[in-house]
Design a protein around this ligand. Sequence first.
Ligand code: EPU
Length: 419
Amino acid sequence: MDKIVIKGGERLIGEVEVSGSKNAALPIFAASLLAEGSNLFTNVPHLMDVRTIVKVLKNLGIKISEDGGTYRIDATEALGYEAPYDLVKTMRASILVLGPLVARMRRAAVSLPGGCAIGARPINLHLRGLEAMGAKIELRHGYIEAKADRLKGAQISFDTPTVTGTENLMMAATLAEGKTILQNAAMEPEVVDLADVLNKMGAKITGAGTKLIEIEGVESLEAVEHSIIPDRIEAGTLMVAAGLTRGNIRMLNCPLFHMEAVVHKLKEAGMEIESDGEGVRAVGNKRIRSVDVKTQPYPGFPTDMQAQFMVLMSLAKGLSVISETIFENRFIHVSELKRMGADIGIQGNTAVIQGVGNLSGAPVMATDLRASASLVLAGLAAAGMTEVSRVYHLDRGYEALDKKLAKLGADIKRVREPD
Ligand code: EPU
């Protein structure tokens, strides 16, 4: 197992390219199940989670070839219908094949994702929506078994906006008979990127990016070419890195237009973030000020940036309050940050952070992707050496973060540890 070793204190300076979005690539790959012909997807990030969805799709009999960040995915041939436990347990987002399989194969057996480090993460709303469209769903031996004739359009209202739930039902509805209306839908940019792909395939979707999505079902879809949008969470993580190290970085391929809430908070904390047309510059040239943050569905502040922002607040001047409203257990980074000298108290879903003058390097580990990223960030700013273990969490969702940070001047290396 690898670990990342960081000697803190270097200012980050230079240019870096933001990779394609993980959470856009995963549903778009699942959407290829719906179409006949050979899809071509570019700007795909090199990540463990992408390799997992590829395994899930290959297991269904789909032909996939890869060249750098370009994937050809062809689901023309008859497909299987099972996503097995061994794959789903390594990545919950495997559930994204459920909607497409029921729509195209009229049958699916997908292992029920278990609990997760950051919360219970039920999928009741995915299942309820498919049932409303006419699927018969049973839970058997840990699997969701779904069967349907052609799905029928339905009016579905989500109790709470769910990103992958919206994506699953939007995909299923493209091949349903009649019109589906999704109310209180997730508005995330990744939902919009998926809708763009589906519409290119011939689907009739309107309203993606708003709370009300309408899908008029069609008979069949055709393969497309599409470039995945850049990753707003990676970009936000890099911005925080600049703020923490009083750095000055320019990001290419940076989706500033998807990052309003994060950029607003970083500016409020004293950072300068400006677009120069082609790139976005993030500068942290003074001590960060404390600001309060509450995570919310898009366009609010993303839960996927909460841990990283908490590191910034740990070194800010003053007291800040961070409320996590999306997941019930997303403060797993706190105890590790405290070991590095952060002053953080937790009460329920609220963290109160008293900024300290400095952090001190320590051996740390985390059980979640964004928590791991926050520990790497803390290491960049801490005095002395930080060793972040269980790096496989980081590799699930960040493309070569250690290499990108090293290129910007961080003293960071990956060390292979014997298993
Ligand atoms: N929820 C339900 N029932 C459902 C579905 C969701 O109660 O059937 C609840 C969840 O428990 C949670 C809330 O709804 O409290 C929102 O969860 P959501 O379904 O939106 O999360 P998700 O679709 O499982 C995606 C991202 C996550 C990101 C969340 C929130 C992907 C593949 N994953 O998860 O990304 O944190 O939306 O924005 O898109 C990450 O990249 O590190 C990550 C965890």
